[in-house]
Design a binder for this molecule. Sequence first.
Ligand code: C5P
Length: 232
Amino acid sequence: APVRDLAGRRVVVSAGGTREPIDPVRFIGNRSSGRQGVALAQAAAERGAVVTLVAANLAQDVTALVEQAGVSCSVVRVESTAELREAVRAAGADADVVVMAAAVADFRPASTPDAKIKKVPGQGPAPIELVENPDILAELAHDRLRAGQVVVGFAAETGDKSGSVLDHGRAKARRKGADLIAVNAVGAGRGFGTDANDVTVLDGSGDVVGQAAGSKREVADALWDAVVKLLP
Ligand code: C5P
């Protein structure tokens, strides 16, 4: 049986990827499956937490998770970043921990017409004007919804000429102001769309406080281990 070290705690986990409407039938989206977020919700519930999973367009059916005997998890389904933000902030108001595992669109169409955009013969495509979305994680870290609330984010990174995966993760940890950032290398069979993940957990100043490689469930448990150490 798992250690019930989250008993009596309320946690919110966002999972999946947001979709930004272009018109009533089209959207801008991303390939996040939501598996890491679902694994986090599952692990937290089994460790005794009361969990709210804010689910953005999950590839996976989560009914089994919420119907499992002995675990407490409710699911709020959302589509867009605006909806995800509202749901996270509402559920987060009395939460001990908020984990932002969702892939949130950085930009959204500036306006959404009520009718489907038509292709006009002989005319090229109309440009789609984008505006920036709020950074939900940075907001949660900045104006804490509740005193002592632990705020956790993810950073999916690739190494490049300007720095390694960890360099980019460190910079993000400092910039966002979250208590913990789980940095994962994406690509090459890890990260998006697979069950394997490889994560380094950093604190707010970018120091390494945890490490996990394996299934998304193993990674989830390693992240909760780091969270538990920060809980009063
Ligand atoms: O900046 P980047 O998108 O790489 O940061 C990833 C982290 O920030 C994730 O935890 C994600 O859920 C969160 N995020 C957010 N709001 C955004 C963009 C990202 O909460 N608009």
